[in-house]
Design a protein around this ligand. Sequence first.
Ligand code: THU
Length: 141
Amino acid sequence: MASSAVGPEQVKLLLAACRDAKEFAYCPYSNYPVGAALLTSDGKIFSGCNVENACYPLGVCAERTAIQKAVSEGHTKFRAIAVICNSRELYATPCGSCRQVLREFGKYWDIYLAKADGTYIQKTLEDLLPFSFGPEDLKEV
Ligand code: THU
């Protein structure tokens, strides 16, 4: 199933928002700043950065920061997320835990994976986490 297309202007806005969010990354341990920006079905953008902790396992990824900001303000329908890191060579890509957290909100929405210079590739959640487990699996048959 194809995901609903996000217009080029919205992709630009998402990329700008995730790049801005990356500036706030709190990552003194990894020195690997990440920014993410989510587009809701009604056109709002929620961004987030990674927030690390001296107790290392408590650090949170940028994608989950953005999801928690959006959900805690009443938004659970998403069309796209963009993620950016500082690499000039590799596209930012969500960790396994973030893929599962994103999957909670659907399989067929767009993920834009960007490099530091803003070049990106487009994937869907299904591309990143095929044959996934989600809310539908908990329904009684
Ligand atoms: N990180 C993210 O925020 N998102 C990703 O997509 C991958 C990894 C963070 C977690 C940690 O703060 C740092 O990057 C290094 O793993």
